[in-house]
Design a protein around this ligand. Structure first.
Ligand code: ADP
Ligand code: ZN
Length: 779
């Protein structure tokens, strides 16, 4: 514990040296900090702090060579061993305990440790990411002063009281009648006085005070109760399996593969009722964009105590919900990805709806997948996990096929409704599209018209925001790119701006090409804004509404738009993925998929899977009443299996084929995939760095497999590809190179990583690397 007298760091605070007493009985606090470090650090726990510290609390500790004071999390406390006695003089000590109650219990600590190991992040980084900011900051709380009579002045005779002024007498009488502490507001209202008399009593030394944080009260909305629906035999069968596991305290992961409109939500709700009936609690995860008022109402109308955790909550709202959950007052938590960490004390069931959604994977440290965290949490708690989807991920299908998940099927829609007929419309020879650059071809136009004329509503899906995605110069043939990213700028006509969809860089469009200063820029391609314009001009008698992340920026606008559509004030709803899932509107009789090629031909091995899922999910928005529904899918590749099989609703056929294809490519789900991204401001230096990092990994490849050399001719089951530039080679000014590591299981990747670490190049010039275990994004 040395520090230079000349250390320029103004925050440096020297820590008093521990006296070298010959004590052998002392305690060690194990502390982690928000850094990418593997192991907790040992700190001496001073006797004065020992009664106040529990695992799961935050502490202030001197850290690093400068002994700068940092906030860390105490993850364990233990008695010193003989080894500790020897190094006692070298141990730093905990400077301060920052919490009065732990932020997480033992099980949650264990879960965060597992995440750190699984996703190769620092344990402290994981905890930092799990505890909401509002909780750490105590948002929405205020410190109140509470009053009671001082010990020496607790007993008053009537004679003594009679000598006091009326208000003071009243205050003392009230305090004598109350055993608990009272706030100033309590006292002034009970004694019907101002703050003056309280101050007087304080001055006389007759009162003691204590200050305590208290959450501000929040008013609760009431929801109308709705009765349970009578389940059909499929639903009943699935429910029984789940409820059995709940009652047997069994950890089973169910994959509930239910068609769109098969009534999965009703099964979730009745399963949760079985859980709350025995005093336990449940978590329901849904994708953020499915957290609509309808979804929330569905749960609030069945349960008394529902907490909703979504990204629009303010810090204090989130803190409030978190405290309610922590206190055990909540029956059901409904939320997006991070709600998997909701600190429910009596968890009995976890449900993940739309399990296939990629938003369940976090794309910043810790890069966890909520599905796998949920599986682990359910295993620790010995409770069932239900994964629901109409188009389960290949990962889930693979695990079901190999018996890790138990498959439950609900292939039929409610009320004998059938899945809609899906027609593929080959646009190769459509003159409107090819010659006149329309988005809606002839056949599609007729389909929409027919539906509208028969009082149906229409949903049009197009997965590209903005007006036109590319501006190019016919003179020099350059495309206009973001100055910070290797990406075309998208023209947003409504804002009059060119926008980068990665870093949000915004600029006005130049008059002339900025590269050759000669050509006038031309527009290429189209996005939802252009589609909106075309829809309005083609169907002027009907009202159209666009839903994408640009038009739905305001909180609540999403819900408003859906209400307009639900009540028929809008006939045509068009937009991006935002409109592709969950919506249950019986009057939608036509769904159009404008373009499949832009989805299918992405440089990502999951592009086919996503295309299949999107077509199936969008198609699932129609045919939800006796009016039926039709789906037209415009494509230039009607023979592509993902498209052809989606049109036939042949999920099993698609999965069978895609699993074989993936296995041939050595790609997930039969293998584990990790991606290493190196980034830096200097392109060559970054490439050099990535190359050295790849070399370090390759150097250890052979040692990992059998703990010794491979046999001659044996193929190493771990594969390292790269370094090479990803599809976005430059992002937010950083040049990027990535490596892909595939292996038969994630543990081999872990071993390779740990074995090679010491040989990684020293980061220079701000170059950094990140590893993404089970990477979902390849951009
Ligand atoms: P999914 O989530 O599988 O797409 P939903 O849960 O949205 O399906 O259900 C589709 C519709 O069917 C909803 O309007 C729902 O209220 C209704 N529904 C579900 N189960 C039943 C049932 N057993 N009897 C009648 N209607 C049901
Ligand atoms: Zn950019």
């Amino acid at each position: 514990m040395t520090h230079s007298l000349f250390d320029p760091d103004p925050y440096l605070q020297p820590i008093p040296k521990w006296e070298q007493a010959e004590l052998t009985e002392f305690q060690i606090a194990q502390v982690v900090v928000n850094r990418p470090l593997d192991e907790p650090f040992d700190y001496l726990l001073p006797e004065s702090l020992s009664p106040h510290l529990k695992a799961g609390m935050r502490v202030r500790i001197p850290f690093g060579r400068g002994d700068k004071l940092l906030i860390g999390y105490c993850v364990g406390i233990r008695h010193a061993t003989s080894d500790d006695v020897h190094r006692r003089s070298r141990l730093k000590q905990v400077a301060e305990v920052l919490d009065t109650q732990p932020l997480m219990d033992e099980k949650m600590l264990e879960l965060t440790r597992w995440i750190a190991e699984r996703y190769l992040a620092g344990w402290g980084q994981v905890i930092e990411g799990v505890v909401p900011a509002g909780v750490k900051k105590n948002s929405g709380t205020r410190e109140l002063t509470y009053y009671q009579l001082d010990e020496a002045h607790q007993q008053w005779t009537p004679e003594q009281l009679a000598k006091l002024p009326a208000k003071q007498r009243q205050l003392i009488t009230i305090l004598m009648q109350h055993d608990d502490w009272l706030t100033g507001v309590d006292l002034t209202s009970l004694a019907d006085c101002g703050p003056g008399p309280i101050k007087t009593l304080l001055k006389k030394g007759w009162l003691t005070t204590q200050r305590q944080r208290q959450l501000k009260a929040r008013d609760a909305q009431t929801y109308q109760r709705t009765p349970n629906l009578t389940l059909n035999p499929d639903q009943q069968r699935c429910l029984s399996s789940i409820v059995n596991a709940v009652h047997n305290r069994q950890h089973v992961t169910f994959l509930l593969h239910g068609a769109t409109g098969s009534g999965k939500t009703e099964v979730y709700i009745q399963a949760i009722q079985a859980v709350t009936a025995v005093g336990k609690q449940a978590i329901v995860l849904v994708p953020e964009i499915s957290l609509t008022p309808q979804t929330i109402r569905r749960f609030r109308s069945r349960f008394d105590e529902v907490a909703v955790l979504h990204s629009h909550l303010s810090d204090s709202e989130r803190h409030h919900e978190w405290q309610r959950i922590f206190a055990g007052e909540v029956q059901v938590v409904v939320g997006a990805r991070s709600a998997i960490f909701a600190p429910l004390p009596r968890l009995g069931l976890i449900i993940i709806d739309e399990e296939h959604e990629t938003t369940f994977k976090q794309d910043s440290t810790p890069r966890y997948h909520a599905r796998d965290v949920a599986d682990r949490r359910a295993q620790v708690e010995q409770i069932p996990l239900v994964l629901g989807s109409a188009t389960p991920s290949l990962e889930a299908c693979y695990r079901a096929k190999h018996g890790h998940y138990q498959l439950l099927k609900m292939p039929k829609r409610i009320d004998g409704l059938i899945l809609p007929r899906v027609d593929l419309v080959d646009t190769l020879n459509d003159p409107l599209i090819n010659k006149h650059r329309h988005l809606i071809g002839r056949t599609m136009e007729q389909g929409i018209k027919h539906a509208l004329e028969h009082d149906g509503q229409v949903i049009l899906f197009f997965n590209l925001r903005g007006f036109t995605p590319v501006l190019w110069c016919p003179a020099c043939r350059e495309k206009l790119k973001c100055p910070h990213c290797d990406l075309s700028l998208t023209w947003h006509k409504d804002k009059g701006q060119l926008l980068c969809h990665t870093c949000n860089h915004a600029t006005r469009p130049p008059e002339k090409c900025p590269y050759c200063h000669e050509g006038t820029l031309k527009h290429l391609g189209a996005g939802t804004q252009k589609l909106e314009e075309e829809v309005r001009s083609k169907f002027p008698a009907y009202r159209a509404l666009r839903m994408d992340s640009d038009s739905m920026r305001q909180h609540g606008s999403h819900d408003e738009a859906l209400e307009l559509f639900r009540h028929g004030h809008v006939q045509i709803l068009l937009g991006t993925q935002m409109i592709s899932k969950g919506l249950d509107f019986p009057n939608v009789t036509f769904v159009g998929v404008i373009d499949t090629d832009s989805m299918l031909f992405q440089p990502d091995f999951r592009a086919t899977e996503r295309t299949f899922q999107l077509i199936s999910q969008v198609a699932g928005r129609t045919g939800r009443s006796q009016k039926g529904g039709r789906v037209y899918v415009q494509t230039t590749s009607p023979d592509e299996p993902a498209i052809a099989l989606a049109a036939l609703h042949d999920f099993n056929g698609f999965v069978r084929q895609e699993l074989i294809h993936r296995a041939e490519q050595m790609m997930p789900p039969s293998t584990s995939l990790a991606r290493v991204i190196c980034r830096g401001m200097d392109e060559h230096a970054t490439l050099d760095y990535a190359t050295l990092l790849a070399e370090a990994l390759r150097k250890h490849l052979h040692l990992i497999v059998h703990d010794n050399e491979l046999l001659p001719g044996e193929i190493n089951p771990i594969r390292i590809l790269g370094p090479c530039p990803p599809s976005i080679a430059r992002m937010k000014q950083y040049f990027r190179f990535h490596l892909q590591i595939t292996a038969p299981c994630v543990e081999l990747i872990h071993r390779l990583w740990h074995a090679s670490k010491a040989d990684f190049p020293k980061p220079i010039g701000g170059i950094e690397h990140q590893i993404d275990i089970d990477a979902m994004s390849m951009r």
